[in-house]
Design a protein around this ligand. Structure first.
Ligand code: GRG
Length: 302
């Protein structure tokens, strides 16, 4: 009996992750039609299919399943969320913003297609994200889709990514306090991670108690993700292919380790992850994928 219990509660996370990623990659590939002109199509595909970790769509699918829905129903929304993430990276890399030459180990979109096409490819991905939800989500009740459209409009706009980016740009080269640093991270990173689980749960038909728990979960993993990113910037500075390549970003950037020290930053990240996981405790075994994803997101070493 003991063995049976052990087997039935065993959760094969690597297999789960591989299967979810494969279905996301296939849906991403299918999401771009024969756009005209060809240069626009190529620029959109270049960044959307550049092989990121796909954390956001996977979080969306996992939350849909936790809410009792069929993950396939959330797939177009999962794609939409990755499109918003991708377009934000394209725009973030532009000379007028972070001015990066490399992203995911490849030349950035504007380095290949020029600034104008990169801006427009980003715009086309953002608008396609709404199309995915409104026009390409068969079988999902329209009132759920309407809520998802609402979430996406908030997260992409001034209350979310755009607002976070503007504050970040304003603070460039300045020392900022912890409150401002947290505002930037909650808006630039946390908001989209949160929208992923909320949208997935809405499609799955979640009750309010699950939505509330997922907001706590997402806030915790979003901030922890960012703290760990800052820690890695300090501890993995020999990474020549990473996003800091060729630039001295650390010199003018406020980070958690700078404000709190490395040990306190690590403690804070661990606390946030355990709070995130505790919020899902009432859902027990059904929350296994999201619990494992919390560890995965925050245990990376690069
Ligand atoms: C959304 C309308 C709209 C505009 C975008 C440029 C901008 C406004 C916002 C910047 C957002 C930004 C660059 C946030 C950082 C996000 C982040 C933590 C990226 C790294 O995410 P990973 O590690 O990357 O999941 P991969 O490559 O795995 O997808």
């Amino acid at each position: 009996r003991f063995m049976a219990a052990a087997v039935s509660t065993f959760f094969d996370f690597p297999a789960y992750l591989a299967a979810a990623k494969a279905s996301v990659e296939e849906a991403l590939d299918d999401s771009l039609g024969p756009e005209r002109p060809e240069q626009l199509r190529e620029a959109m595909r270049y960044s959307l299919l550049a092989g990121g970790k796909r954390l956001r769509p996977i979080l969306c699918l996992a939350a849909c399943e936790l809410a009792g829905g069929e993950p396939a129903e959330a797939l177009p929304t999962a794609v939409a969320l990755e499109m918003i993430h991708t377009m934000s990276l394209i725009h973030d890399d532009l000379p007028a913003m972070d001015n990066d030459d490399l992203r995911r180990g490849r030349p950035t979109n504007h380095k290949v297609y020029g600034d104008a096409v990169a801006i427009l490819a980003g715009d086309a991905l953002l608008t396609r994200s709404f199309e995915m939800v409104a026009l390409r989500s068969p079988g999902v009740p329209p009132e759920r889709l309407l809520k998802v459209v609402g979430e996406l409009s908030l997260v992409a706009g001034a209350p979310g990514l755009v607002g976070g980016q503007v504050v970040d740009l304003e603070c460039e080269g300045k020392e900022v306090d912890l409150e401002t640093l947290e505002f930037i991270h909650l808006h630039k990173t946390g908001a989209l991670l949160s929208a992923c689980v909320i949208c997935g749960a809405l499609i799955g038909g979640a009750e309010d108690d699950l939505i509330d728990a997922l907001r706590i979960y997402a806030r915790g993993i979003g901030l922890a993700f960012q703290i760990i990113d800052d820690i890695l910037d300090v501890t993995a500075s020999s990474d020549v292919l990473g996003k800091t390549a060729g630039k001295d970003l650390l010199a003018d950037k406020t980070t958690y380790p700078k404000l709190l020290g490395l040990d306190e930053s690590r403690r804070r990240a661990e606390l946030l992850v355990s709070e995130a996981k505790a919020a899902l405790e009432p859902w027990q075994a059904s929350a296994a994928p999201l619990l494992a994803l919390a560890d995965y997101i925050t245990s990376r070493d690069r």
